[in-house]
Design a protein around this ligand. Structure first.
Ligand SMILES: Cc1ncc(COP(=O)(O)O)c(C=O)c1O
Length: 451
C-alpha cells in the first residue's frame, strides 16, 4: 500500500520553490516519513515532507535519484580506506564530518567567545537531545544529553532516594552492562534482584520493585530483549522501567513512546557513530514534571543565569541536567546522527539483518560456533564467533587491520554497520579460518582485552 506524500523542494541550482507530489512506497526510510516537516541538504536539494492524500506521480525515478546507495556512504568514513571495520558495536567508525564539526566548534570558541553560550552552546544538551529523540521515537523536549549512561542512570535513581523500605528492590538482568549493575549494587538502601533472562525479570517484578533497569539489546550476546511484557508487569505494580538502548539505537528500531518505557538511556560511541561524551536520557513526558532529581546542577534550574539561592526545577527533560555541558562532544556527535537520520533506521536494520545472516551462514560453513542469537526477532547488530583461543585470534586479526573485539564467554564480536560491504564480511571470516588453521595466532596466546 503506497503512502502518498507531498514534497516541497528547491533545486539549489535554480533557487526557486516548486511543489511536487510523490508516491512513496512503504520501503521508504522512516526518517523521510516524519510527518513533522523535516529537511536534509545532503542530497543536493532541500526537501520538506509531510503526509497528505494526493495523487501518484513517478516517485520511483525521483526516489532512486535522491536516495544514496549504502555503499556510497563508505566515503563518509575515512577509516574504511585502510581497515576492515567490524567494531561498530564498540567504537563505531568516525564520520568524516565529525572533524569538520570539531573545527566549527573551535572556530566558534575562537571568534564568538563568551557569546557562544547564548548562541546555541548552552542549549545543546536539549537541541542535540532532540535529534537523538527523533531517532528513538521520543517527542521533542523529552531527551537530554549527559556524559554517559552511568550518569544518566544515577540522575534517574536520585529521584527515588531515599527509597521507601517497602519498595526498594531493583530487578535487572545479569546481562546488563557493568555501568548499570555497579551503580545499583553500590546503594546500601537498595536490594538488587538479578535475573537470568527477560522472562525471569517479568516473574521477579512485584509490589516491592522500585526500578527495572534493563537493556534493549544485551551487550555481550547481542540478544534483543522482549521489553513489552516487562513494561506491562512493572506498570501493573507501580514500578518504573529504565531501558538501556546503547546497543540498539542506530541499528535496531527503537520507539520509546510505543514501548511505553518510563526512562531510556544510551550513548553514541556505538551504532549512532557520535563518539564519546554523548550519553542521553529520555524521560516520559508526564513523569518528568513529577520528579525532582537530587543529583542535579544549575543546568536543571528554571533560570540558571538568575543564580538563585535555591532550586526551581526547569520543566520537561531539562530538569534532569546537571552542570556545564560537553560542547565539543555534542558538536562531533551530530555528524553521525545526521547520517543515521538520512539513511533511516528501518533501512539500516534491513541491511543489518541481511548482513548478520550472511555472517551466520559464513560462520556455519567454516564450522565456527556462534553464540549470538540466530532468529531475526532476537538478533541485534552483532554476531559472536567462538573459536578456540579467540583472544589470540582477535589480536592476530587486529594486526591484519581487521578491527573487532571479544568478550569473555561470548567470543569474537563482529558488528557490521550500514557502510560495511559483504566482501568485508567474507574476508573477515576467511581470515579467522586461515588464522585458526595455520596457528598464526599462537604467538599471541595469553593476551588480554584492551578495549
Ligand atoms: C548496553 C550498554 N550500556 C552502557 C554502556 C556504556 O556505559 P557508559 O556510558 O556508562 O560508559 C555500554 C558500552 O559501552 C553498553 O554496551
Amino acid at each position: 500500500m503506497p503512502i502518498v506524500c507531498r514534497s516541497l523542494h528547491r533545486e539549489r541550482a535554480h533557487g526557486h520553490w516548486a511543489s511536487v507530489d510523490w508516491t512513496i512506497e512503504h520501503s521508504l526510510p522512516a526518517s523521510l516519513l516524519n510527518p513533522e516537516a523535516r529537511s536534509t541538504t545532503d542530497l543536493g536539494v532541500r526537501h520538506r515532507f509531510w503526509l497528505v492524500p494526493t495523487s501518484c506521480q513517478s516517485f520511483h525515478r525521483l526516489y532512486a535519484a535522491r536516495v544514496r546507495a549504502l555503499e556510497d556512504y563508505r566515503s563518509e568514513f575515512p577509516i574504511l580506506e585502510h581497515t576492515t571495520y567490524l567494531i561498530n558495536h564498540s567504537l563505531a567508525a568516525m564520520p568524516r564530518r565529525a572533524e569538520e564539526r570539531l573545527a566549527e566548534y573551535a572556530g566558534t570558541w575562537r571568534e564568538r567567545g563568551i557569546r557562544a553560550w547564548g548562541e546555541g552552546w548552552w542549549t545543546m544538551p536539549m537541541t542535540v537531545g532532540d535529534q537523538v529523540g527523533r531517532i528513538v521515537g521520543a517527542p521533542a523536549g523529552t531527551t537530554v544529553m549527559h556524559q554517559n549512561v552511568a550518569i544518566a542512570e544515577a540522575v534517574v535513581l536520585s529521584c527515588y532516594l531515599p527509597p521507601d523500605p517497602a519498595r526498594n528492590r531493583i530487578v535487572y538482568e545479569r546481562g546488563n552492562f557493568p555501568s548499570v549493575r555497579y551503580l545499583y549494587q553500590a546503594q546500601p538502601q537498595l536490594e538488587v534482584v538479578v535475573c537470568r533472562s527477560d522472562g525471569e525479570i517479568v516473574e521477579a517484578i512485584d509490589e516491592r520493585t522500585l526500578l527495572v533497569p534493563i537493556s534493549h539489546v544485551l551487550f555481550k550476546t547481542g540478544e534483543i530483549q522482549d521489553v513489552g511484557p516487562i513494561v506491562r508487569r512493572a506498570h501493573e505494580v507501580g514500578a518504573h522501567v529504565i531501558l538501556d538502548c546503547y546497543q540498539s539505537a542506530g541499528i535496531v528500531p527503537v520507539d520509546v513512546t510505543r514501548l511505553a518505557v518510563d526512562f531510556a538511556v544510551g550513548g553514541s560511541v556505538k551504532w549512532l557513530c557520535g563518539g564519546p561524551g554523548n550519553g542521553w536520557l529520555y524521560v516520559r513526558p508526564d513523569l518528568a514534571e513529577r520528579l525532582e532529581p537530587t543529583f542535579t546542577g544549575w543546568q536543571a534550574h528554571e533560570a540558571p543565569f538568575g543564580f538563585e539561592e535555591t532550586m526551581r526545577y526547569a520543566s520537561g527533560a531539562a530538569r534532569f541536567l546537571t552542570g556545564t555541558p560537553n560542547v565539543p562532544g555534542h558538536y562531533a556527535a551530530t555528524a553521525g546522527y545526521d547520517l543515521i537520520e538520512e539513511v533511516g533506521v528501518e533501512r539500516i536494520r534491513a541491511n543489518s539483518l541481511r548482513q548478520t545472516q550472511l555472517l551466520l551462514d559464513l560462520a556455519d560453513d567454516a564450522g565456527f560456533e556462534v553464540r549470538s542469537p540466530r532468529s531475526d526477532d532476537r538478533r541485534g547488530g552483532t554476531v559472536t564467533v567462538h573459536v578456540p583461543d579467540f583472544p589470540a585470534v582477535h589480536r592476530e586479526l587486529t594486526e591484519r587491520e581487521i578491527l573487532c573485539d571479544f568478550r569473555p564467554d561470548a567470543g569474537i564480536r563482529l558488528g557490521p554497520h550500514y557502510f560495511t560491504s559483504d566482501d568485508e564480511l567474507r574476508f573477515a571470516i576467511a581470515q579467522i579460518g586461515e588464522i585458526v588453521e595455520t596457528g598464526a595466532h599462537e604467538r599471541h596466546l595469553g593476551v588480554v582485552a584492551q578495549h
